[in-house]
Design a protein around this ligand. Structure first.
Ligand SMILES: [Zn+2]
Length: 278
């Protein structure tokens, strides 16, 4: 083989291997987590027909990922669109309809650089508290990530003169909600639901589930007595005290069928025992 031919072959070989090793989409795992988040939140009864989950892009912090307007139970990776943080407009929807309340997400990502995921839901556990002067407070140990008191958003304070409706359908309303949220993990929305944020999709999902549980427990305790003992500062979690991975995996497993559960490699969770085959 001549030197020239070898050099040419080497070049072709390098070129083809470069094509074969095209780097994968840095948002691919994020999209997988968004789909899992929808499955978990539908299964746990947190998302009704209209809620939504988004994540800030790994490729560009000025973009967030959001499924097209659709029933949450049907969301797949192919449904996820890229939306600009600056004005909450989709970059290339390819004719697909975007969610009308996307401004919730865009304005929170704009106001909170630390937020990597936003969940908006109409959770039935939370709504009753949003209708009263009683604030959502941490009452169960697993909700120790909550502040001593969570804010409630009042749409009447944000609605433009002559404006109608309860929903966050423009940037101005979204910015007002982000202001009410402040540095907190959740803002209740009077008669509507709540918006939960996290430093990851996993964290936002686990927070959303436990906020719903906490709200239900607080409301049930209020049936028994007005004198409900809520958690105090030494009882709240410190930053790293709550293991998000365990509840995420627990909630995820509940969405799997028995065969998929049986196929799980338990060693990835540091569990040395294998499941018995029947
Ligand atoms: Zn809504």
């Amino acid at each position: 083989m001549s030197k020239r031919f070898m050099a040419l072959a080497l070049c072709i070989g390098l070129a083809s291997s470069a094509v074969a090793q095209t780097p994968s989409d840095p948002d691919d795992a994020l999209k997988e987590d968004i789909v899992t988040a929808y499955k978990i939140l539908v299964n746990e009864g947190i998302l009704d027909s209209f809620g939504h989950v988004t994540a800030r892009s790994n490729k560009d912090p000025n973009i967030f990922l959001m499924p097209q307007a659709m029933p949450p139970a049907l969301v797949t990776k192919a449904d996820i669109l890229e939306v600009r943080v600056s004005d909450s407009q989709p970059i290339d929807p390819k004719g697909r309809r975007v969610n009308g309340e996307r401004y919730i997400h865009g304005e929170i990502y704009k106001a909170r650089p630390d937020v990597k995921s936003v969940i908006h839901s109409h959770s039935m556990g939370v709504i009753p508290l949003s209708l009263t002067p009683i604030k959502l407070k941490p009452v169960v140990a697993q909700a120790g990530f909550l502040p001593l008191e969570s804010p409630t958003f009042e749409i009447r304070d944000a609605r433009e003169p002559g404006g109608r409706g309860m929903q966050i359908t423009d940037s101005k309303r979204g910015a007002a909600l982000a202001k009410t949220l402040g540095p907190n993990p959740v803002a209740l929305m009077r008669g509507h639901g709540e918006t939960v944020v996290g430093k990851s999709i996993k964290q936002a999902v686990v927070f959303a589930v436990y906020i719903d549980i906490n709200a239900k427990m607080q409301t049930q305790a209020l049936y028994l007595s007005k004198n409900v003992k809520t958690m105090n500062t030494p009882e709240l979690f410190t930053e790293d005290e709550f293991d998000i991975n365990r509840p995420w995996e627990h909630f995820r497993q509940k969405t799997l069928d028995p065969a998929a559960k049986a196929a799980i490699d338990r060693s990835q969770f540091g569990l040395t025992q294998t499941q018995e085959k029947r």
